[in-house]
Design a protein around this ligand. Sequence first.
Ligand code: SAH
Ligand code: F3S
Length: 459
Amino acid sequence: MLEDKKFYIKTHGCQMNEYDSDKLDDVLQHHFKMERTNKPESADLLFLNTCSIREKAQEKVFHQLGRWKKYKSNKPDLLIAVGGCVATQEGNKIKSRSPQVDIIFGPQTIHRLPKMIEEVINKKKKVQVDVSFPEIEKFDYLPSSKKKTPSAFVSIMEGCSKYCTFCVVPYTRGEEVNRRFDDIIFEVSNLSKLGAKEIVLLGQNVNAYKSENYTKDKVNFADLIRYVSYIDGIERIRHTTSHPIDFGEDLINEYKNPKLADNLHLPVQSGSDSILMRMKRKHTSLEYKSIIRKIRKIRPDIHLTSDFIIGYPGETDNEFTETINFIYDVNFTDAYSFIYSPRPGTPATLEKDNISMETKKKRLYELQNIIREQSIAYSKSMHGTHQRVLVEERSKKKPGEYFGRASNNKIVNFKSRENYIGNFVDVEITNVTQNIVFGEIINQNIEKEKQNARAKIAK
Ligand code: SAH
Ligand code: F3S
């Protein structure tokens, strides 16, 4: 009944949402043989995968649904579904504020969508809502991905049990649940067979990962990285996001593993101990620095990025200065920074927020300028180095140019007559302007790699 019809997915928010949207795509193609389109106006099913981490992200949802309403008046059979974190938090509000919506589902109920869609089409129910957290059931019922990409996301755990005072994630995605170790290894092997060379291990707190292997031995995140690195064809491993309190010696030591990429995103939120305590981050600025010092002993050039929240309730000038000094001290090579946004139901909303928006914006601006300088300095330090780049795409603007990512996750642009998409090339960095990195291919082993890849496909 839905065969040959088209669906469109709009994704807001984090990489976890990107991953969920890919899974949504797999589910629809697998169950209904539907096709994905990038034109919402030609779709029969519209999906909005939402984010509620900050207020602005949430406002975007109702604006988007307003724009989609007019499609529905032209095409009454059009189905509109809303998923993700806003769906979990505001399920009933969406139902009353946006009657054009047919289905509301949470991040953990994607696998139940086919049934929900069928029930709406058969008009058994008018609006379908399922935003529950059925433990790890989601992974068991999702079809395995058939997509061929050089870099593939693999979700290893869901949710978060840390309950930082400002954060909505534990309430929208539920508590930490680990995926079965064997299932992860199986998925990575499959992706490798399909041509993936890089794996990004995903979760809200990947380094809290704990499970058992097939011999019932306990395994943690460092073990998981090591096992994944043993899988034939996997040459690079990334992960996001980790938390400082779960960053043990074994994980630090795993940075000796050459397959583990040369970047680390380790959110710290603030460099002030009193704020860290009020946020319930459960570590000090010194403990954070100690982790970084040990990692830099193994990886002196690691690309270290973080997240910062500015204007947490009651943040004094002095506490803000502590954060600035911390940024200078640690020398972050990039960061995301946000003005604190009160999230309904989180403990921080009970604290008195007495800082003016003007001060918050001024602080954010100052912090971002420093981070920008450190980021440019890091890119410039790449000049003259040799980088192994996993080629992702052809440049849309400049013919004959391609780009990909170096191990440190920096995008590197280079010219090439041959199409090396999906392969590694060795590049010498010859020019860095502001933050854009250019290089020239120096790798002579490409042909060999291509032959290996062809042989693998032929097998
Ligand atoms: N799991 C990650 C963070 C997930 S949320 C961790 O361990 O920190 C992504 C980022 O959004 C956070 O790191 C934080 O910097 C930001 N963020 C979360 N809640 C926020 C809020 N209420 N206001 C502003 N920024 C917020
Ligand atoms: Fe949010 Fe803190 Fe977890 S920032 S995702 S509650 S580690």
